[in-house]
Design a protein around this ligand. Structure first.
Ligand code: ANZ
Ligand code: ZN
Length: 816
């Protein structure tokens, strides 16, 4: 009998699949399509570890399942090669980024190929190739032409370690996403002129459609909070003895009568005009101190600080004079950068008022309880608010906004927390922003026929921290001529962040070799929306950017779809055996190649990765897991080989017990795969194999027709999880076609139904016994069985039941 040896069969099948282009697909209108793909990996220097393999195994299992079911299935792989991680790695190791990237990609590809992933490798690309980033530059041009790319000076997050700016989405709890451990510094903002994509134009549309997505709720909630829609009122406060005014944004216009002071952010451009000469020195000192603090620190700090500006504002509802303070708990970048402070009803204002002994006034009382505390942040009924007393908070907000609006002093306003997406980086390793600065014409887009603007080779790619890329030092690259007038001009020296490369790669997979377009819209429309997008990372950055970009495409007439991803499948993490996070630096990762090459093979590793826990839960690695999966696969192997060695296989004898095992297994595995319950699908197959061994021990392989169906179906059900062993067994069972494209096995209902259920039996609501009936038994059969119980008959004592209540799958209650 042939022995199960993954080390020989796995590479053999990988080679055959590649040669026969088994997983390469084209558009095919005769079939339903499935586009299932994992998030684009960044090819790090350390390769994939067994934690990463989970995501790829899940993707491949789903793709294979639908392929077997007859769907035209696209699953793909490419490389997120540009950007900070690759460049930081190159700097650390002293290897130029193009060299290290190629090397890393080669190893990733070797690992994924050896794992037997069914990608259409003919669609592979890496985002640092000129043939790819030419179109990343086209994406920039598209944004620019549509008024969605602009350069502006704003306060920007700056990482001292990366020497570049960061997008808001790349800030992790106050630190740089590449430097986010507790000993890394908190980051600060610098005023810098940068390129932005105007995602805020789409904030409302993206927000509105978020609830309709078949995505995990936690990701949808994070996106909604990130967009941060807030409805409120902008109110104008005149500044006393001046013709200046101070606008504030408030969500609680109903507390206007409770304002006892005003606060302006230290970075507000208005501050300079408001501050009086006596207070100027003190204010300046405070502003300098505030600039040293990070925004996160400013918001977290319980200890409120501030200084008086010397000026007063007039409350438009009652003409009261309110002192204007400068305090860093108010942020320059939100709303109007100034607030009316209502210490009776806002926590932060209350803390500030306590610190500086400012008056606290109640203007809202709770509807039910008495107002006992100084601070009440809820809604209720207006008090101390003149003619508005007694109004509910909601009515009051509406009324006061109307009344003030009539005098030109207020307007309804919707604010968003989300900011435009900062896409330029003062780095080397990225797609150059395709802009030329002309003294006469300003910023001019590089014409499309001159793309790509190639990234020149440089000797030194280490950023110097002087607010510009090293590209600024490459004279003959920077100096060019203006596309409009031909006069000497300079290239933009910033490059685009890696996240721009990955906003459009999912489209590129649908048409990867197009040299005339980023992609053919007709091809992308065929494959879109993505049916399954698999990942365990990114909640707001990448997953918001692709939604934004999709809408831009739709508006530009380049797509029929407004959402890119139908289902987002977010997998849990695999931690190290001790429960800590897997990371190369801690030395607690396992290279999948090591497991595969030690003889267990890719199939056993894949099966274990899916068996270990429900896919969306975090779990810990377990050394004994792969050997266990290997033993299961070996049992499948041995049983099939024994069957093949047994006599007269052509017989058409049936074995009803074997049939039941087979059909039930198919039914359960099919259902489990449809609901992505991989671990239960595997345990179903394990228990089916156990039952088959028991039947074989008693009856040998009698009923060979049934045995053949059972073992073929087992190979087919196993194929999405363990593609190599199932292919080998499928061929051994006499098939020519690959198990992966042949068909998904079907089951017959009649074999599924003799399952039994247990029902409690009551007489007049008291438990008197239990019956076991066929799951599909009729209500009449159930009543009869219940009445036949000895104990029930004793309690009935010849009385006729008045009625019999049956609660499905639970109980029968006989009422007398
Ligand atoms: C008066 C007031 C009274 C407020 C009250 C709240 C409660 P959202 O949009 O939900 O975050 N605010 C406005 N701009 C600010 C800034 N730049 N920095 C810090 N705080 C700012 O909440 C908006 C509320 O946050 C606004 O409503 C304002 O305080 C504050 F009982 O105005 B409120
Ligand atoms: Zn950094």
């Amino acid at each position: 009998m042939k022995r199960y040896d993954p080390t020989t069969i796995e590479p053999k099948w990988q080679k055959k699949w590649a040669e026969s282009k088994l997983y390469e697909v084209d558009q095919d209108s005769s079939k339903q399509k499935i586009y299932a793909t994992p998030m684009l990996p960044y090819p790090s220097g350390t390769g994939l570890h067994t934690g990463h393999v989970r995501n790829y195994s899940i993707t491949d299992t789903v793709a294979r399942f639908y392929r077997q079911k007859g769907y035209n299935t696209l699953t793909t792989m490419g490389w997120d090669a540009f950007g900070l991680p690759a460049e930081n790695y190159a700097i650390k190791t002293g290897t130029p980024p193009d060299v290290s990237t190629d090397k890393n990609i080669a190893y990733f590809k070797k690992q994924l190929s050896r794992l037997g992933m069914s990608y259409d490798w003919s669609r592979e690309f890496n985002t640092s190739q000129p043939s790819y980033y030419k179109w990343t530059q086209w994406v920039f041009a598209l944004m620019y032409r549509r008024g969605l790319a602009y350069k502006a000076e704003k306060q920007q997050w700056w990482c001292e370690k990366c020497n570049t700016v960061l997008a808001d989405e790349q800030v992790v709890a106050g630190r740089c996403w590449r430097h986010d451990s507790p000993d890394d510094p908190l980051i600060n903002k610098r005023p810098l002129s940068q390129w932005f994509f105007k995602i805020t134009d789409y904030a409302e549309d993206i927000l509105r459609d978020t609830d309709q997505l078949d995505w995990p709720q936690k990701i949808k909630t994070m996106q909604k909070n990130w967009i941060g829609r807030s409805e409120g009122t902008e109110v104008v406060f005149k500044i006393a003895d001046s013709d200046q005014e101070l606008k504030v944004f408030t969500t609680r216009a109903d507390t206007l009568f409770g304002a006892t002071f005003m606060v302006i952010a230290p970075e507000s451009p208005l501050l300079d005009q408001i501050v009086t000469d006596e207070q100027r020195a003190e204010v300046q000192k405070y502003v300098q101190q505030a600039a040293l603090k990070s925004e996160v620190e400013r918001q977290a700090s319980k200890q409120k600080t501030g200084v008086f500006s010397g000026s007063y504002a007039i409350n438009p509802v009652n003409q009261q004079k309110l002192p204007i303070w400068v305090a860093d708990y108010v942020l320059g970048g939100y709303g109007t950068g100034a607030i009316m402070a209502v210490p009776g009803h806002d926590q932060r204002d209350w803390e500030f008022a306590k610190e500086y002994q400012l008056p606290i006034l109640q203007v809202v009382e709770p509807v039910e309880d008495q107002h006992t505390k100084e601070l009440f942040t809820g809604y209720g009924r207006a008090i101390n608010s003149g003619k508005y007393d007694g109004l509910s908070s909601e009515q009051f907000k509406k009324q006061i906004t109307e009344d003030l609006a009539a005098q030109g002093l207020a307007s309804s306003k919707v604010n968003y927390k989300i900011r435009d997406w900062l896409i330029s980086r003062q780095r080397y390793w990225g797609a150059p922003v395709p802009i030329i600065h002309c003294p006469e014409h300003g910023a001019v887009l590089v014409p499309e026929d001159q793309l790509p603007v190639e990234l020149p080779k440089v000797e030194n790619y280490i950023p110097d921290g002087k607010n510009s890329s090293v590209l600024a030092g490459i004279k003959d690259w920077v100096e060019t001529s203006c596309p409009e007038c031909g006069q000497p001009a300079r290239r933009e020296t910033d490059v685009m962040d890696g996240y721009v490369c990955s906003t459009w790669y999912l489209q590129r997979y649908t048409d990867p070799n197009n040299q005339k377009q980023a992609f053919d819209p007709q091809k992308a429309d065929y494959w879109y929306p993505i049916d399954f997008y698999f990942g365990g990372d990114h909640a707001v950055a990448h997953l918001l950017y692709i939604r934004f970009f999709q809408r831009v495409l739709a508006d530009a007439g380049l797509s029929k779809h407004t959402e890119p991803v139908k289902r987002l499948i977010y997998n849990g993490y695999i931690n190290a055996e001790d429960g800590t996070k897997m990371s190369k630096s801690k030395g607690n990762t396992v290279d999948p190649m090591q497991i595969i090459e030690s003889g267990y093979g890719a199939d056993a590793l894949r099966v274990f990765e899916l068996f270990i826990a429900p896919y969306d839960q975090d779990t810990s690695w377990n050394q004994n897991g792969v050997p266990g999966a290997y033993r299961f696969l070996n049992r499948v192997w041995v049983l099939t080989q024994e069957f093949l060695g047994s006599a007269e296989q052509s017989s058409d004898q049936q074995n009803i017990e074997v049939d039941k095992v087979a059909h039930r297994m198919i039914a359960t595995v099919t259902n489990d795969l449809e609901r992505l319950s991989f671990n239960t699908a595997i345990s179903t197959m394990m228990s089916a194999v156990n039952k088959l061994y028991l039947i074989k021990a008693e009856q040998q392989f009698t009923g060979q027709k049934s045995w053949r169906y059972a073992l073929e179906s087992l190979a087919q059900c196993l194929a999405p999880f363990a593609p190599h062993i199932s292919e080998e067994l499928w061929q051994d069972l006499g098939h020519q076609d690959s198990v992966h494209v042949d068909h998904w096995p079907s089951y017959q209902q009649k074999y599924l139904t003799d399952q039994t259920i247990k029902l409690a039996v009551q007489v007049n609501g008291k438990l008197r016994g239990e019956i076991e009936v066929q799951a599909e038994a009729s209500e009449e059969q159930i009543q009869t069985a219940a009445l036949e119980l000895n104990n029930v008959q004793q309690h009935l004592k010849d009385q006729q039941p008045k009625k019999i209540i049956y609660i499905k799958n639970r109980l029968v209650n006989i009422v007398v």
